[in-house]
Design a protein around this ligand. Structure first.
Ligand SMILES: Cc1ncc(COP(=O)(O)O)c(C=O)c1O
Length: 329
């Protein structure tokens, strides 16, 4: 049986799960020759920064499933949680605008500035509530309280956790991985490594299941931008295990690789390595990376290419997960 037949068999029930098609798919699979020359590897980029809807990014693949479920449950209102400059919240607001749902965003962290993602979330018509402090648990608790208030007003609520990282959201990246592998095969450019930014673990979980359903033998390397390696690895594996149930797949524990050496002083704080990666991708690829997620992920890739952890000449795909509005934040 080919991997495609095996994959179709495993994905049979997942294929019937309701899904919106607001993401512009397939996203490009692009060769990055000048950056490859610089790093002595064969570098490709999966351009999920260009999924287009609501300014694009990795979260549209998740929201296609999540908002379809909200509509199926006859929700009138969605609640999303994230940092003030959250890409996920910006895209959730865009999904609400087009599906006729009301949208409340619970935004945590520093005082809001009407720039970047925050500006776009307001433009898409979301109602924003702010929570001081950096503790994700406090943000989720504030969202739960708001949910109670809205329920009391007769709203039907669909509340999504940080990053939309539920098994259903992660399913978006099972399909994202399959899409990448098909493009890679068509271009005779199947990667041996895939690098990406990981934060709430949903993208990573979906990719892990994608790896399993396709039998791809390469290495998935998550670069952490907020949580440490052990905590995030455990979360991604737990989420992948639940996502695997939707795809008749059992996960192998050894498949989870998280590198937390690029976090620097913390979530959202740029590092020199991230700034260098941002400049390299901009000047040799015409590609915009944000310093919160994708530039740190690219910095991890660059460090591994330079240290030889990625052997010279290896084919590597960088999953560009979006986040470009951050450069105007
Ligand atoms: C641009 C960007 N890249 C990567 C991620 C990480 O995705 P996940 O939360 O699924 O780990 C996020 C999450 O907010 C993001 O906005």
């Amino acid at each position: 049986m080919s991997w495609q037949d095996e994959m179709q068999h495993r994905m049979e029930s997942a294929n019937s799960i309701p899904r919106l098609s607001l993401s512009l798919l397939p996203s490009f699979y692009q060769n990055l020759k000048p950056i490859s020359d610089e790093l002595d590897i064969d570098l490709w980029c999966k351009r999920d920064d260009m999924t287009a809807f609501g300014f694009g990014g990795n979260k549209t693949r998740k929201l296609d499933f999540l908002v379809a479920e909200a509509l199926q449950q006859k929700a009138t209102h969605i609640i999303a949680v994230g940092a003030v400059q959250s890409n996920f919240c910006r895209m959730a607001a865009a999904y609400a605008s087009v599906t006729g749902l009301k949208c409340t965003l619970v935004l945590g962290g520093a005082q809001p500035k009407h720039t970047g993602n925050h500006l776009l979330s307001e433009l898409f018509g979301a109602e924003c509530h702010y929570v001081a402090g950096e503790d994700w648990q406090d943000w989720e608790e504030a969202a739960a309280k708001l949910e109670m208030q809205l329920l009391a007003r007769g709203e039907i609520i669909y509340r999504m956790p940080i990053g939309g990282s539920t098994p259903l959201g992660a399913l978006g990246y099972v399909y994202g991985f399959v899409e990448m592998l098909m493009q890679a095969e068509e271009t005779n450019a199947v990667p041996e490594y895939m690098y990406f930014a990981t934060s709430s673990g949903g993208t990573h979980a979906g990719l892990l299941v994608g790896q399993e359903v396709t039998g791809w033998e390469g290495t998935l390397q998550g670069i952490a931008v907020a949580k440490d390696m052990l905590a995030l690895g455990k979360e991604a594996l737990g989420l992948a295990t639940m996502t695997g149930v939707l795809c008749k797949t059992i996960l192998k524990e050894g498949a989870v690789h998280v590198d937390d050496s690029q976090i620097g002083e913390g979530y959202g704080l740029p590092t020199n390595a991230a700034l260098e990666a941002q400049e390299l991708f901009a000047r040799k690829g015409g590609i915009v990376l944000d310093t919160v997620y994708t530039a740190k992920a690219a910095a991890g890739l660059i460090a591994d290419a330079r240290s030889g952890k990625i052997p010279k000449g290896s084919r590597v795909v960088f999953l560009h997960t979006g986040g470009s509005p951050e450069v105007w934040a």
